[in-house]
Write a protein that binds this ligand. Structure first.
Ligand SMILES: Cc1ncc(COP(=O)(O)O)c(C=O)c1O
Ligand SMILES: N[C@@H](CCCC[NH3+])C(=O)O
Length: 422
């Protein structure tokens, strides 16, 4: 069985009890179900069977090399937003010709390095970026394949902090300017406009916004092809949402059917950039209750995990289910589940019905496979959380907990100042 389930009263990832991982690795620790990641990837990829499709996993969601390696061996490419992510994808064994490089601020150094690596495509977000890629590619005697990331002006109906496809967002090039930018691209050396791209936001739970945006993108692609541009790929972006709170997940077959229908008149390659969908439900943050504190009007479960380990609740008021590792039938009562960081926003849940727990008990914060470890920091000089990948009844530590001294090993109380120009 893959994913997180109670077996004999103890929460397991696949066939490994989380108690065993906590004892061996300590807490807080992220645990990922290899079985569920694989199953979810196969479900997504198979939904487009019969079409030429390339699934480029959005590395930002969870960039651990072991996760990238697993997905790469399943056939995934990578959607990257920095040269660091491109290098991670390559280090994990993902072929450069399956790597897409997006992001609004690609530096000249990053562009040159990506050309050197030989990635598939740059997703271009502005005219000056297009011209910079052209100049660098031409100087290197290379042809850079590009997509213009189009902003289709569609409301994705998601959290304001994670919507990207509405006019006024910093992302992409407005749809009404896109044809002109492709015409400009055709005049530039070192550029081949091989694709069109979009990405309208994250955690989208209905098919409609995707359909509205993709319809506009496909119309643009057809207009460009008619005008003689060599467009042979449509990048549909990522953004497919997951359940966090027992909600009905997005209907993947309906999403895939919509994509196939809207792109029926297009014979080229379809590309996708799912991040959260592939890994989100396959991770949990395992933490220990340090203290149970009874205030005058509320009870606190104070965890050893903080907002530095998992920032989504503090940043987006995101809901994550929190459950005890040892199953209990005791009646739940409302508590605040909080972490150690000296910020009032270091809180995972407020007035959440939770079973009675005592100091030392283990809990699991669910749906923490995406944008969780990847967004962790060492704020308050705390070690980054460890990460563990489970495969069946085995597990591997895929990121070790470092010593606290490592956090400041490259700092000094007495810095060596250098004179200007040295
Ligand atoms: C360009 C691009 N592609 C793909 C993604 C992945 O999004 P998600 O994890 O929601 O699938 C993002 C993040 O929102 C993105 O900015
Ligand atoms: N970090 C966000 C998603 C942003 C997606 C990246 N463009 C989250 O945790 O939900």
């Amino acid at each position: 069985m893959s994913g997180f389930t109670y077996q004999s009263g103890v929460l397991h990832a696949d066939a490994v009890p989380l108690t065993a991982i906590a004892d061996a690795v300590g807490t807080p620790t992220y645990v990922y179900s290899g079985g569920l990641i694989r199953e979810t990837y196969r479900g997504f990829a198979n939904a487009f069977a019969g079409r030429d499709a390339l699934v480029c996993y959005a590395v930002k969601a969870n960039s651990n090399l072991a996760v990238l390696g697993l997905l790469g061996r399943e056939g995934a490419g990578a959607d990257c937003v920095s040269i660091g992510e491109v290098k991670r994808a390559v280090a994990a064994g993902i072929a450069p010709n399956k790597i897409v490089f997006a992001g609004v601020a690609k530096s000249a150094t990053e562009i040159a390095a990506a050309l050197e690596i030989g990635i598939l495509q740059f997703n271009v977000e502005s005219v000056p970026e297009l011209e910079r890629i052209s100049a660098i590619a031409a100087a290197r005697g290379q042809l850079a394949e590009i997509a213009i990331r189009v902003n289709p002006d569609v409301d994705a109906g998601t959290h304001a902090k994670i919507t990207t496809g509405k006019k006024g967002n910093k992302f992409g090039i407005d749809l009404d300017q896109a044809a002109g930018v492709y015409a400009h691209a055709a005049t530039l050396p070192g550029i081949r406009a091989a694709a069109v791209a979009m990405h309208i936001g994250s955690q989208i739970t209905t098919v409609e916004p995707f359909e509205a945006a993709l319809t506009r993108l496909v119309a643009l692609a057809q207009e460009l092809i008619a005008a003689g541009h060599p467009v042979s790929r449509i990048d549909c972006g990522g953004g497919v949402g997951i359940p966090y709170r027992g909600e009905a997940p997005i209907d993947l077959p309906a999403y895939a059917a919509m994509v196939k229908r809207v792109t029926a008149g297009f014979a080229g390659t379809l590309m996708f950039e799912p991040g959260r969908y592939l890994v989100g439900n396959a991770g949990a943050l395992v933490s220990r209750v340090e203290y149970v504190k009874q205030g005058s009007d509320r009870r606190f479960y104070i965890l050893d995990a903080g907002m530095n380990d998992l920032i989504r609740p503090a940043m987006y008021e995101a809901w994550h289910d929190i459950i005890p590792v040892r199953q209990t039938a005791d009646a739940p009562a409302p508590v605040d589940v909080v972490g150690p960081i000296c910020e009032s926003s270091c809180i995972f849940a407020k007035d959440r019905p939770m079973p009675p727990l005592v100091d030392g008990d283990l809990i699991a914060i669910l749906s923490a496979g995406a944008y969780s470890a990847a967004m962790a920091s060492s704020y308050n000089t705390r070690a980054l959380p460890a990460e563990v990948l489970v495969e069946g009844d085995r597990y591997a530590v895929i990121k070790a907990r470092r010593s606290l001294e490592d956090l400041f090993a490259d700092e000094s109380p007495t810095p060596a100042f250098a004179p200007l120009g040295s």
